[in-house]
Design a protein around this ligand. Sequence first.
Ligand code: HEM
Length: 472
Amino acid sequence: MPNEGHVMNLFSRASGKTGRGLPVGTRLRQSVREDEWSSLFAQIAVYSFGVLLVTGVFLLFFFDPSMEHVRYGGSYTRLDGAEVSRAYASTLHISFDVRGGLLMRQVHHWATLIFTGAVFCQLVRMFVTGAFRRPRVPLWLAWVAMSVLGMAAGVTGGLLPDDMLSGGSLGLIQGVTQSVPVVGTGLTYAIFGGDFPGDVIVSRAYWLHITVLPLAIAGLFVLRHRLVGRHGPGDVPDGRARRIPQRPVSVAIFFYTVAILVLLGTFAQINPVWLYGPYEPGAISAGAVPDWYMGFLDGAVRIMPGWEIDIAGHPLTLAVLVPALIVPGTFFTLLAAYPWLERRITGDHSVHHVLDRPRDAATRTGIGAALVACYAILWAAASNDQIAVDFHLSLYAVTWFFRIAVFIGPLLAHTLTRRLCHYLTTREREEAAHGFETGRIVMTPDGGFTEIHKPVHRELTPAAAPPQARSS
Ligand code: HEM
């Protein structure tokens, strides 16, 4: 049922008004109108990014991005007298001595997880509904870029506390940059400013984290807002675009997002750096896993065989290069290039203002399912050690399972999803032609039995499906 806001919007379209000439009260009610599910993830991403900015600015006042070593003397007595970096000491200070500091840190970290999750969900949603097609290709690219920048912001943020987990990430970054052919050693030297881990990496990550990356993400949000406003809702059944300014504001979703983040930050402990201890090169903590959005990379590294080949006397470490650079590089390049790939393969160069239902584009939905399956399997592979311990299995058996699953799983997901889509559309066509089965069996005069079929309501058939949601 359309709600009151929806009716208001329909009225303003019918009367040809864009909102400007309406009374203030009406405009306000329109501005809180956003009720389409298709913009849900985009809104959660915007609001959690807002939370990241607010909590991040709070943390700025107390965090010290320095690798200089000091003796810890704060409230966490177990580390009393330990030699730690200023970055680590200030993170403990925020957690134990600053009023509300731990809450802010935890909310900041939870907001990272929700923000990256919302961006990935938005990408999946846009993919399966074909929202990346012309004229919304730039919008798609903005979201792909946002996913990469969000991950980079999460990784640089995770490096800042200089605890054992950040040290583990630093070690991985060093290994990956060193595996780059020809320039690897120079690149590592440039990033770390000398030997590993060096004194400058935390402050470099800090400036990247608090200026470049948030500004770039904020810029993408502004771009997204403009693009959505320019192309209009894209839900006009006759295919003509109308320029109705979109106001992606939902007060309710804003409050839900903030409330859930604050509740998580209050009750669900995250990144307890005092338990991990300060980073010591050469040490690594057991059972350590990265934040969820980096899990697929970790999984890829874990299941890759330890291959290394020799080219003209130079070692090429495929064991690191393939999973940590080639796999994610190919994944995100393919994702960004998908609108052009699909256009080329299908020959469909037309402009689309109405979104597809996933079932109506079975092949594309199947490809989406395959990509999600591949991602999920790599992600699960990041816990191969924990799975082996918890289920009393051999670590090698679990690793081999994931090595095979990463190829078979996506194929299976693709085939099953395509079949499901075909089944759903065939059933709809049959129902449109013969009506749907009511479950009422009646006896015919000659003693036979037949089931009563009822005609399908017009709105339920694909041809007369309700206007698709807008692309945001
Ligand atoms: C998309 C944007 C951002 C993401 C994904 C992000 C993510 C993170 C993460 C995962 C941490 C580690 C938190 C922890 O210790 O558990 C962190 C720390 C930090 N972030 Fe951000 N952040 C973002 C934006 C910002 C902004 C805009 C600022 C400041 C203006 C900021 C300032 C900080 C500071 C000072 C720390 C270190 C304090 C600490 O670790 O306790 N962040 N960030």
